[in-house]
Design a binder for this molecule. Structure first.
Ligand SMILES: NC(=O)c1ccc[n+]([C@@H]2O[C@H](COP(=O)([O-])OP(=O)(O)OC[C@H]3O[C@@H](n4cnc5c(N)ncnc54)[C@H](O)[C@@H]3O)[C@@H](O)[C@H]2O)c1
Length: 376
């Protein structure tokens, strides 16, 4: 494999590594950093929460990239999440299931995809206790089909597999990317299983995979069956917030724009065959999250009236602490404070127009959501 470098007018240097199939893997050096430059990106799950922000960012900031979203439009997703980019010439939406081998291979070939950002998954831990097979089908089999199609297609230069901090399990250790995976709930186990299949494709076939393991993300576009948007929607209706068990369980929270900038950094500067933790230093117990939201509504004088303690999850990990110094070394840091992120999130969910995108959103405002026929 040969490589050439060319000076660019803006002071950057373009490095082109020849691939065995004759395709070029364009990289650009800025300062002392080597940046991968994608051309045609496939984003799975792009009509969901986090990926819709990533798509908005990529389509708007990089008009020379073509972004194709593949999403089956599950109950938690909405095309309205992509409204800001729907008419951009470098954006395309395809409704479909990542478990369909023929469809995925067709999309890779037809769109000349060189980069995959794989977000699509079933994501609610509560649902995974009642419908765990669905999690295996979508998260494990779905990932496997994508990887196999990428292998057969042979022209994917970067495959970013989006995983979660939950794969480490709920111990109090500070987990680094080399910590042992010890997932506990069916959702986390399906995400860990998908990671291992990725590993098989890296080691056996040399597929250029990057894995990310992220903390909890919050902000606009998240279906309100998760703690923060659910509590805001309940309080807006003057109903009490549900707190699982004692409320002592803690999570680290990252505002969604910071998550999107992390994926931007990893896409361009991450190393293949590497794992990156995507963490926040904002750790909050569930009960404190709810109190902070009650404060924002100006209801703290009678806070206890606005909280209903409900039975705990079947299994509830205590906390997830991850060390993100590897990602910090690529230049990424979260920018949005907890107060600012929560204020923006409350404003967004308190606009009834924003909730119309999920005709079924009231089904999320229950103590323990489960997947019912009405959601599908
Ligand atoms: N939300 C978080 O706090 C968080 C934290 C860490 C990691 N993650 C990971 O990030 C990714 C995105 O999470 P999110 O919270 O934005 O999810 P989400 O539930 O909002 O969206 C998931 C999207 O995937 C789509 N999808 C699911 N199965 C599919 C299939 N078989 N084919 C095509 N599309 C399918 C859904 O329609 C939906 O649009 C997931 O992989 C999740 O495990 C999320």
């Amino acid at each position: 494999m040969s490589s050439q470098s060319t000076a660019l007018s803006n002071g950057a240097k373009s490095v082109t590594g020849g691939q065995p199939d004759g395709n070029s893997d364009a990289r650009v050096v800025y300062g002392d950093r080597l940046r991968f430059v994608p051309r045609n990106i496939l984003v799975t799950g792009g009509a969901g929460f986090i990926a819709s922000h990533v798509v908005e960012r990529l389509v708007s900031r990089y008009p020379h990239y073509r972004v194709t979203v593949l999403d089956k439009l599950d109950y938690c997703s909405s095309l309205s999440n992509l409204a800001q980019v729907a008419n951009r010439p470098n954006f395309k939406f395809i409704r479909g299931d990542i478990r369909s081998h023929d469809l995925v291979l067709y999309v890779l070939q037809e769109e000349c995809i060189d980069t995959v950002l794989h977000f699509a998954a079933c994501t609610h831990v509560d649902n995974s206790f009642t419908s765990s097979i669905l999690f295996t089908e979508n998260n494990v089999l779905g990932t496997h089909v994508l990887l196999e199609c990428a292998r057969q297609y042979g022209k994917v230069r970067r495959f970013i597999h989006v995983s979660t901090d939950e794969v480490y399990g709920g111990e109090s250790n500070m987990e680094t990317e080399s910590s042992i995976l010890a997932p506990t709930n069916p959702y986390a186990c399906s995400k860990a299983a998908a990671e291992f299949i990725c590993r098989g494709y890296v080691k056996s076939f040399g597929l250029p995979v990057i894995i990310t393991r992220g903390n909890n993300v919050y902000g606009p576009h998240q279906f309100p069956d998760k703690l923060i948007p659910k509590s805001i929607c309940l309080l807006a209706q003057r109903r009490p917030c549900f707190v699982h068990g004692s409320g002592e369980h803690a999570r680290n929270f990252l505002y969604v724009e910071d998550a999107a900038s992390a994926f931007d950094t990893i896409l361009h500067c991450g190393e293949t065959d590497a794992v990156y933790n995507v963490g926040s230093e904002i750790e909050k117990r569930n009960i404190d999250v709810v109190h902070d939201i009650i404060d924002l509504f100006g209801l703290s004088a009678e806070a206890n009236r606005h909280i209903e303690f409900v039975k705990d999850r079947t299994l509830n990990d205590m906390r997830y602490r991850i060390d993100s110094s590897k990602l910090h070394a690529l230049g990424w840091r979260p920018q949005v404070s907890w107060e600012e992120g929560l204020r923006r999130t409350k404003t967004w969910y308190c606009d009834p127009n924003n909730l119309k995108r999920w005709p079924n959103y009231l089904s999320g405002l229950v103590p323990h959501p489960s997947l019912t026929e009405e959601k599908h």
